[in-house]
Design a protein around this ligand. Structure first.
Ligand code: ATP
Ligand code: MG
Length: 425
């Protein structure tokens, strides 16, 4: 079982400084809108996943604007977080046969002198970490955000890909490295395509694009094989969770992965089964991508963008009736499907790690009707450490939350106001 014991933040979004001794059970974080509830959970998500769930640029997490402070001599002045950077630190305990304590740290800092931009430094037990993937798996979490409800209706394919990649990386940390390598080469290729003055390539341009396509095919193969293996393992848990949530009155829904850039042969919904696609090795995918990228080079030069690859893939869910969930599911069905996906993610991670991850629940109570609130809380592991945010809290929900707690320990209620956290009970 994983437990966060302490959190230290500095210049993190609207939180100037925070030293937080968390409860090992249930931490209920109360606060009005825009006070910093989601920011607190985002800090934990960041350390767990080495990226934010809502910003693709780390520097956005650094507090904007000047902050008031007092000099050692006692006079009032201001400090600038943009020059200081931001610190996110947590101590995590893994309770197994032996208790292992780990300190995770991220610093988002302005680039060193003479360079522009930002850099993010990670440390594990105070030792610098070269690669983000070394931190993944150190602090397992499963999060439920109100925005997860957008995984189906109204959500964009990039949200679904982001969710799938983050979930895959929790199980296979190397996935984040494969993804970063892929994105680096993809950016390079797209930059080159955007700056072509004519769709007719010179010999040099042709040679560079061929080299990039070879590198891309390798990294695309690794990314898609990782995602499909994860999704295949998730499906039985998803079906079981959905059956539980809707008391088995509906036929099982199914999940499909749409491979972009190929003919529909590669969409699990039409011909190939998920099991078949997941059985293809990264090398097999590499070969397929290699051929496809060569075939579409002319088109890509015209459109000045890479047309094939996992950056355009998508996931869809089909109801037991065969209808697409994002277009035809009722509101209740959509919410249950998303909950089932999330509970499946939790079950899979728990089974894989043989321990309970930390749960981050952001404002989910507001978005779920009372029946689904109950379903969610009843299906969460009783012993898990939970961080749950809400703007208001009613008696019934408190009683429900108590059912989550291992030994009826009291809820620890925190209040956040303008980025400052205080203990309420
Ligand atoms: P809600 O109940 O509406 O979800 P919340 O308490 O979850 O509110 P947060 O999303 O945590 O609110 O945001 C709190 C505040 O932090 C907001 O006013 C937001 O504009 C501010 N904020 C976000 N990023 C930064 C940043 N980089 N610098 C300073 N403030 C920021
Ligand atoms: Mg919020």
């Amino acid at each position: 079982m994983a437990i966060v014991t302490q959190v230290h933040l500095k210049n993190f979004r609207n939180i100037p400084e925070l030293n937080w001794d968390c409860s090992p059970h249930c931490n209920l974080i109360l606060g009005q809108n825009a006070q910093g509830k989601t920011n607190l959970l985002e800090a934990l998500y960041f350390l767990s996943n080495t990226k934010s769930n809502r910003s693709s640029q780390d520097f956005e997490l650094v507090t904007a604007g000047e902050l008031p402070c007092t000099t050692p001599a006692g006079s009032e002045t201001t400090r600038n977080p943009k020059t200081e950077g931001c610190l996110i630190q947590a101590n995590v305990q893994r309770l197994g046969v032996h208790t292992v304590s780990t300190q995770l740290e991220a610093k988002i800092l302005p680039a060193t002198q003479g360079k522009s931009g930002w850099r993010t430094q990670f440390r594990l037990n105070q030792n610098p970490v070269k690669n983000r993937s070394q931190l993944l798996g150190q602090f397992p979490t499963v999060s439920f955000y109100s925005t997860d409800l957008l995984l189906l209706r109204g959500g964009l394919p990039q949200h679904r890909r982001h969710w799938l990649d983050a979930a895959t990386a929790q199980l296979s940390p190397l996935h984040i490295t494969h993804l970063a390598n892929f994105q680096k080469v993809l950016q390079h290729k797209n930059h080159l395509l955007r700056h072509l003055h004519s769709p007719h390539l010179s010999a040099d341009q042709q040679a560079v694009l061929e080299v990039l396509n070879t590198q891309l095919a390798t990294s695309m193969g690794l990314v898609i094989a990782g995602r499909l293996r994860y999704l295949e393992a998730l499906v039985p848990h998803f079906e079981a969770s959905y059956a539980q949530l809707c008391a088995e009155v509906e036929t099982s829904p199914s999940i499909h992965y749409k491979v972009a850039g190929f003919s529909k042969v590669f969409t699990t919904k039409t011909t190939a089964s998920l099991a078949h696609l997941a059985s293809l090795t990264p090398q097999a995918w590499e070969g397929l991508y290699h051929d496809r990228l060569a075939q579409t080079l002319g088109l890509e030069c015209q459109r000045q963008q890479c047309q094939t690859g996992p950056h355009r893939d998508d996931i869809s869910v089909e109801l037991g009736t065969g209808l697409l969930a994002n277009r035809f599911a009722s509101q209740g069905q959509q919410r249950s499907l998303v909950l089932a996906l999330k509970l499946a993610e939790l079950a899979l991670l728990e089974g894989h790690l043989q321990e309970t991850p930390v749960l981050l629940l952001d404002d989910v109570m507001a978005e779920l009707d009372p029946i689904r609130q109950q379903q969610l809380l009843h299906h969460l592991p009783k012993q898990a450490q939970v961080f749950i945010t809400t703007t208001h809290w009613e008696g019934d929900a408190t009683a429900l939350l108590q059912t989550l707690l291992r030994d009826n320990s009291p809820l620890t209620v925190w209040e956040v106001r303008q980025g400052q956290l205080t203990l309420k009970t």
